[in-house]
Design a protein around this ligand. Structure first.
Ligand SMILES: NC(=O)c1ccc[n+]([C@@H]2O[C@H](COP(=O)([O-])OP(=O)(O)OC[C@H]3O[C@@H](n4cnc5c(N)ncnc54)[C@H](O)[C@@H]3O)[C@@H](O)[C@H]2O)c1
Length: 336
């Protein structure tokens, strides 16, 4: 491909992996990212000087920045968002603004420009809410539980409305829990890994029975790429590995991989409204030929190694005042 892809949030976790892949496949990438507390250019240092990659520091809510960039794009892959559920519970305003209104600005700019081949909205499995057994399909109703997932569900449906109302080429992807290199250490798995490297305990919410479906970031990027190439306008695609694990079992596995005892786990007060189990069915995407290429354990080992070898990257983030303030507010350590 030699088209221009406008990637929003391309200095963040999944967006940076996607940007690297897009460049390798011959695309030109305009990377629009505000560099909030959640990201920094050190995540994309290796591609900053790539002539096919132009990085723009800016806000997706800013019409003056967004409109000219959208006019230059053939495709948009929209990752930019406030992404941390726990922060949305402490204060949800930025989630409503960036995730919903920011998506509106992009969609409206696309409508005015009128020449886009595809707009991919990166939604989340969390829009469906919890499921006791079985797995959600794309046309199941949404039932989001947190201000984060509600803002994502709103933007997911807003994107769809631009397909329905204005026949815009919108496609939606709903990935499950990602993990891998460059994920901010406030998120569960990197928090656990880096705490263990620092000799700190792992805070585990509630009784650890909550279950998530884990997807290695490189498999996620391949799934998004498949949708970019073959996804049908107006459709949503679940993107998941089918590998679910209770948090307590995830932690036991992690402890064994890192050679640490169970006494490193500290049970803490549960997250309010904590969904017990997420599970989505990704047959629709698999029928296009996508399948995850990594085993969970293999990808977990890669991820642990990456954090072992990139201590400056995550220590800088853990030492930032934004992390410290959030961590002390969020983890009220109440032993059970
Ligand atoms: N990580 C996961 O497990 C997961 C799972 C499903 C869906 N998603 C979705 O994938 C997308 C990317 O998630 P991530 O984990 O890479 O998040 P992330 O927090 O690592 O990255 C988000 C990026 O968006 C940027 N950003 C935030 N507000 C912005 C604004 N107003 N203007 C421009 N840029 C802004 C941030 O600076 C950051 O680089 C999000 O939309 C998220 O909801 C993530």
């Amino acid at each position: 491909m030699n088209d221009v892809i406008l990637v929003t949030g391309g200095a963040g976790f999944i967006g940076s992996h996607f940007t690297r892949t897009a460049l390798k496949r011959g695309a030109k990438v305009i990377n629009l990212d505000l560099l909030t507390y959640a990201s920094d250019v050190d995540t994309i240092q290796d591609i900053l000087n790539n002539p096919e990659h132009s990085f723009v520091k800016g806000d997706i809510k800013d019409w003056k920045i967004v409109e000219p960039l959208v006019r230059r794009a053939d495709y948009i892959v929209h990752f930019a968002a406030e992404t941390h559920v726990d922060r949305s519970i402490i204060e949800g305003g930025d989630f409503a603004l960036t995730n919903f209104y920011g998506t509106y600005v992009l969609l409206e700019a696309v409508r005015k420009a009128g020449n886009l081949k595809k707009f991919i909205y990166i939604s989340t499995d969390e829009v469906y809410g919890p499921i006791k057994e079985g797995s959600f399909r794309e046309d199941d109703p949404m039932n989001p539980s947190s201000p984060y997932s509600a803002s994502k569900a709103g933007a997911d449906r807003l994107s769809f409305s631009f397909y329905k109302t204005y026949s815009m080429p919108v496609v939606i992807v709903r990935p499950s829990n990602n993990f891998g290199p460059y994920q901010h250490p406030e998120k569960a798995l990197p928090l656990f890994i880096t705490n263990l490297f620092e000799g700190e305990k792992i805070p585990l919410y509630g009784n650890g029975e909550n279950m998530r479906e884990w997807l290695f970031v490189e498999d996620c990027v391949e799934g998004i790429w498949k949708v970019l190439e073959e996804g049908k306008e107006g459709e949503a695609y679940n993107l998941s590995s089918g590998f679910g694990l209770k948090n307590i079992d995830l932690i036991k596995l992690l402890l064994s991989k890192m050679g640490k005892p169970f006494s490193m786990v500290e049970f803490v007060q549960d997250r309010p409204g904590h969904d017990l189990r997420y599970s989505i069915n990704s047959e629709k995407l698999r029928s296009l030929g996508w399948a995850p290429q990594h085993t969970f354990e293999g990808a977990l080992e890669l991820t642990i190694d990456w954090y072992r070898n990139h201590q400056n990257w995550w220590k800088k983030r853990k030492e930032a005042k934004e992390f410290k303030e959030y961590y002390s507010k969020n983890y009220k350590r109440r032993k059970k």
